[in-house]
Design a protein around this ligand. Structure first.
Ligand SMILES: [Fe+2]
Length: 191
């Protein structure tokens, strides 16, 4: 018997801590809005939304020591563990009834345009478009929400930071489209 995909996803997401769950929900909404704004087709938009929801699913494999870390700096060992979460996510999802594109987005959501991301150091359009979209949404949400080591910044400050990392970390065309979207909708993800 096949378990419905969304039931499984909801169950897996529920394992995560509250912040991760809420973060995933917001990233999915920002990513969907950006995908719609650049006129991707309905299937691509839905895959990107799902990728946003699932992008950090591999964090269920992190040890409590790393998950509960409230310091700004992680030790090298802890950092190496965190950096495994995209591939852990692939391991969690690969046997579920989920489109391959969605699993790719999970796998590549920490790759950066200049090749300094992980796990593979892909550059520019070697990184799937959906993963680049999710990364913009992920960065924006990380900046505008309270983390254990950082107070949230306003969306105006966040836009300035996105501009600073546009081209090196983030896809510049996507950053430009995202900023238009944020200015129109402010930061409310409730639509
Ligand atoms: Fe992540």
């Amino acid at each position: 018997m096949q378990i419905p995909k969304l039931t499984l996803i909801a169950a897996v997401l529920d394992i995560n801590d509250r912040y991760t769950r809420e973060h995933a929900r917001r990233v999915a909404i920002y990513a969907r809005r950006l995908a719609e704004r650049i006129s991707l087709n309905a299937t691509a938009v839905e895959n990107i939304r799902l990728g946003g929801l699932l992008h950090d699913i591999g964090k269920i494999g992190l040890s409590a020591k790393v998950l509960n870390n409230t310091h700004n700096r992680l030790s090298d060992d802890m950092l190496a563990e965190v950096r495994r979460h995209p591939l852990m996510g692939v391991a969690v999802l690969k046997d579920l009834d989920i489109p391959a594109a969605v699993i790719d987005f999970v796998q590549y959501h920490h790759e950066k345009m200049d090749g300094t991301g992980y796990p593979f150091g892909l550059k520019n359009d070697q990184i799937p478009l959906g993963a680049r979209i999710i990364r913009v949404a992920d960065c924006f949400d990380a900046i505008t929400t309270d983390r254990p080591y950082q107070q949230h910044k306003s969306w105006i400050e966040a836009v300035a930071i996105l501009r600073q990392i546009s081209g090196t970390d983030l896809d510049p065309e996507l950053v430009a489209a995202f900023i238009v979207d944020i200015k129109e909708n402010l930061i409310s993800p409730d639509d």
